[in-house]
Write a protein that binds this ligand. Structure first.
Ligand code: GLC
Ligand code: CA
Length: 555
């Protein structure tokens, strides 16, 4: 039976990507910061793991107010990461190994140190004034201080508007004040950004991860966000007027037309607030906007059942009409093993179950660096150890609101983006093989025992489980293109079939997403052809904690 998913095979449907956070991956020159030659030195590690491509978080010139998501020159490599020659060397190393490369591009905002913003900021009559969102103060308070144009709250806290004392207007920054938002209404802005993408495609990128791409259009007139009854917060979440606003789809279609059409470049949007109800508007094959979107339900989920239900809803909404992605974590989230697994009691089983889920769905999987080592969240001892602007801002907000320092630290630790950003442990040396210098963010002591050198040759390691599953996905294309058919209602146990595709047989997956044993959920196969089992053998009467099994479906 032909699969509804295979009508247009594409390299990016079959690929598994591995996200690298370059600062934290590998440091080649002993300055404590991961860099491009560091990545190049680990390509055999990645090849051996079995991924097909890399997504690199930003590697461009940046004052690093938000670790590179504040770009001061889109076309220059940040000196801490290396040079353009280093980029070319990385790109050659990838090509030699048949690996793809997608780059992160931040088109919603620049750094305030970008030449465009410097020029825009120079005077109210600057030729690039309208490249950013500048507004007058609507009023001044009794002390003569300006009042912001509206009540939008920056994602990193406080007003989304910053007063420029020299030219006496406000500019918009949905993130930090060092990340002014670009004004996509201006055709020259859009053209300049398309040129950036084309330049990097010319330099060898196979595609782009587009940062907060559904925020590029802002509501006309910048209206106040309606205040919920009883709220006294001075500033409110700007989603309602800063996200998914018209003319977002015109912009995305134009970008597709100018940059992507006629090529096989891949585009995946970072798209909060996109889900089953609206994803086809962005990613439908007939839309010619984005190839794919990231879905953030994993941020709010705690159980396997919720993952399953969210994924299934997306699948039903998009089956045969667009192609999904799946991910368990990234550089903005907690470690997936800490959120969804049981690292304290069942580290190997729960990490390999998560890998099984990630790698057996009809979607492009994105692993985040360190997931293959089973890394977990960790608590740094003091606030001074943290580097993430969101963590630090939130800590100070809590202290200013009267919380004890210890309480504020305890709270920000849980969600800190630095949980996922700790340097990777490569070996047992004192710098964990990451660097010979003190790293920009301390090594997480709890990660040391799980270093890569100790795992790559160990048949029982989490790394080996990932590499076996990656090899299986490559061998069994039904795991990519086969239809997705639930076998039972999801509970702690999840079971689903992936339909046959071409000469690849249908496959079943059974997952016990929890720390208690469970009954086997479906008819045991008569002569089971086991493809993968994370506890060794399988007894088809009950499931052990975190057991994950893949087998050829009975005829
Ligand atoms: C995205 C990035 C995040 C960054 C923000 C602003 O959400 O993933 O790290 O802080 O955009 O660019
Ligand atoms: Ca370095």
């Amino acid at each position: 039976m032909p699969s509804p998913l295979a009508e247009s095979p594409a390299w990016w449907k079959e690929a598994v990507f591995y996200q690298i956070y370059p600062r934290s991956f590998a440091d080649s020159n002993g300055d404590g910061i991961g860099d491009l030659p560091g990545i190049t030195s680990k390509l055999d590690y990645l090849r051996r793991l079995g991924v097909d491509g890399l997504w690199l978080s930003p590697i461009y010139a940046s004052p690093n107010d938000d670790n590179g998501y504040d770009i001061s020159d889109y076309l220059a490599i940040g000196p801490e990461y290396g040079t353009l020659d280093d980029f070319h060397a990385l790109s050659r190393g990838l090509k030699k190994r048949g690996l793809r490369l997608i780059l992160d591009q931040v088109l919603n905002h620049t750094s305030d140190e970008h030449a465009w913003f410097r020029e825009s900021r120079a005077s109210q009559t600057s030729a690039k004034r309208d490249w950013y969102h500048w507004l007058d103060a609507p009023a001044f308070d009794k002390e003569g201080r300006p009042v912001p144009p509206n009540n939008w709250r920056s994602v990193f806290g406080g007003s989304a508007w910053e007063w420029d004392t020299a030219t006496r207007q406000y500019y918009l920054h949905c993130f930090s004040r060092k990340q002014p938002d670009l004004n996509w209404r201006v055709p020259d802005v859009r053209r300049a950004l398309y040129d950036v993408l084309k330049t990097w495609a010319g330099r060898g990128a196979d595609g782009f991860r587009l940062d907060v791409i559904n925020m590029i259009a802002k509501a006309e007139g910048y209206p106040d966000v309606p205040r919920p009854p009883g709220s006294t917060e001075p500033f409110l979440n700007l989603d309602e007027y800063g996200v998914n606003q018209p003319p977002i789809h015109e912009y995305l279609r134009e970008m597709h037309q100018e940059v992507f059409s006629g090529s096989d470049l891949y585009s995946v949007g970072e798209t909060w607030w996109v889900g089953a109800h609206n994803t086809l508007d962005f990613t439908g094959y007939d839309r010619r906007e984005l190839n794919a979107a990231f879905y953030f339900y994993f941020h709010d989920c705690t159980s396997g059942r919720e993952h399953f239900e969210n994924f299934h809803k997306l699948y039903q909404a998009t089956r045969g009409k667009s192609w999904l992605t799946v991910t368990l974590g990234n550089h903005d989230s907690r470690r997936s093993l800490s959120r969804f697994g049981d690292a304290a009691n069942f580290r190997h089983a729960s990490a390999s179950l998560l890998a099984t889920w990630l790698l057996t769905l009809p979607a492009t999987p994105f692993l985040f660096q360190g997931e293959e080592l089973g890394l977990t969240d960790h608590a740094y001892p003091t606030i001074a150890d943290y580097r993430d602007i969101q963590t630090i801002n939130r800590y100070h907000e809590l202290v200013a609101a009267g919380h004890l320092a210890e309480q504020a630290l305890a709270e920000v630790r849980i969600t800190s983006r630095d949980n996922g950003r700790a340097p990777l442990p490569w070996d047992s040396s004192s710098g964990a093989g990451f660097s010979t210098a003190p790293p920009w963010l301390p090594i997480a002591e709890a990660h040391r025992p799980f270093h890569a050198a100790g795992q790559i040759h160990d048949p029982g390691s989490i790394y080996t489980a990932y590499s076996r599953l990656l090899a299986l996905r490559k061998r069994m294309r039904s795991l990519v293109y086969g239809d997705f058919i639930p076998l039972a209602d999801p509970g702690q146990v999840l079971s689903y079939q992936r339909g046959a595709w071409e000469n690849h047989p249908a496959v079943r997956v059974v997952l016990n997403w929890g720390s208690s044993p469970q009954p086997w959920p479906c008819d045991p196969p008569a002569a089971p052809a086991l493809l993968h089992a994370n506890h060794g053998g399988v007894d088809y009467s009950h499931l052990r904690p975190w057991e994950a099994v893949i087998f050829v479906a009975p005829e």
